[in-house]
Design a protein around this ligand. Structure first.
Ligand SMILES: Nc1ncnc2c1ncn2[C@@H]1O[C@H](COP(=O)(O)OP(=O)(O)OP(=O)(O)O)[C@@H](O)[C@H]1O
Ligand SMILES: [Mg+2]
Length: 283
């Protein structure tokens, strides 16, 4: 059986699409690993310095060059995803109120899209739809769910996030969330299991690795605690009912990111805009 991450047959075209699997890195045999993101979510966990933000940057870099996806970025540290600000419809820094407001807006967009799908008697968003996919990237869930603000607001954030992860996929809302605290108070198994793809960068112990990949994988020999701490960007990737596989993520340097981000921001600024049915329409 071929790997779900095998090289896809993507035709050469004038632009990139979020409907095509994106290049993530290489597996332990040096083969390219591609990740289909549309209709799916991705959870990224790992200890500090494991390479989580770098992986997010690689994914956002690809998405920024796709002409059919809008970016909504939440970065509690401000500088991890900050270079993509010019490409994003919405960029949220360390501001829990704004983060909640943004997730509420996304919830409204999601509900409107479901109403639309209902009206056309369909279950899923398709490339021909007038609205675009939305990539919601969150760097450090815990910043918003455990560090900033009070308990009530943190819980509100988590309720909204869970709803987006659970219902957003079919209407083209893709959530990618990273955490350096893969502990059960931050990532409940019920939330973890909503993420079709999960990437565990190096974790400090088997329990943390299992919290990202799923219970029992460490006992079967798949623990990201075995990843060399010097091998940043390397971790186990598990997808939809499969077995974890080792992946070394592709890496963009700061200069690479600035180059890609400036180009993508220009393309986004200058291309003909679709009717505003996305995030901007509910401002
Ligand atoms: N795929 C990669 N290939 C090579 N080097 C990498 C890769 N990913 C990360 N690194 C290196 O590891 C460093 C730390 O990575 P990164 O900032 O992404 O970690 P992090 O998991 O986000 O850490 P924190 O939890 O502290 O935010 C990077 O500055 C880079 O030097
Ligand atoms: Mg980081």
């Amino acid at each position: 059986m071929s790997s779900p991450f095998a090289r896809p047959n993507i035709p050469v075209g004038p632009s990139m699409s979020i409907f095509d699997p994106l290049f993530l890195g290489i597996d332990e045999f040096g083969h390219p690993v591609y990740l289909p993101l549309i209709y799916r979510n991705l959870l990224i966990g790992g200890e500090p310095g494991a390479g989580k933000s770098s992986l997010l940057n690689t994914i956002i870099g690809t998405a920024a060059l796709c002409t059919d996806v809008r970016l909504c970025l939440l970065d509690g540290k401000l500088v991890e995803l900050g270079l993509w600000k010019g490409c994003a419809d919405v960029f949220v820094g360390p501001d829990l109120d704004l983060a909640i407001l943004t997730l509420e807006r996304l919830q409204t967009v999601m509900d409107n899209r479901y109403t639309f799908l209902d009206s056309v008697r369909r279950q899923k968003f398709i490339p021909a739809d007038v609205f675009e996919a939305i990539l919601v990237a969150i760097d450090e869930i815990a910043c918003f769910s455990a560090t900033m603000g009070d308990k009530k607001d943190q819980e509100r954030f988590m309720v909204l996030l869970r709803d987006l992860v659970a219902r957003g996929r079919a209407v083209g809302i893709i959530v990618i969330a990273a955490t350096q605290r893969p502990s059960s108070d931050i990532i409940l198994p019920s939330l973890r299991d909503l993420f079709a793809w999960r990437f565990a960068g190096r974790c400090t112990n088997d329990v943390s690795s299992d919290i990202v990949l799923g219970h029992g994988w460490a006992a079967k020999g798949y623990s990201s605690n075995t990843v060399d701490p010097q091998n940043q960007g390397c971790g186990f990737l598990i997808g939809e009912g499969g077995t974890p596989g080792l992946v070394k993520a592709a890496y963009l340097t700061n200069e690479d990111i600035i180059r890609v981000a400036d180009y993508a921001a220009w393309v986004r600024r200058t291309r003909a805009a679709k009717p505003t049915t996305g995030l901007r329409a509910v401002a």
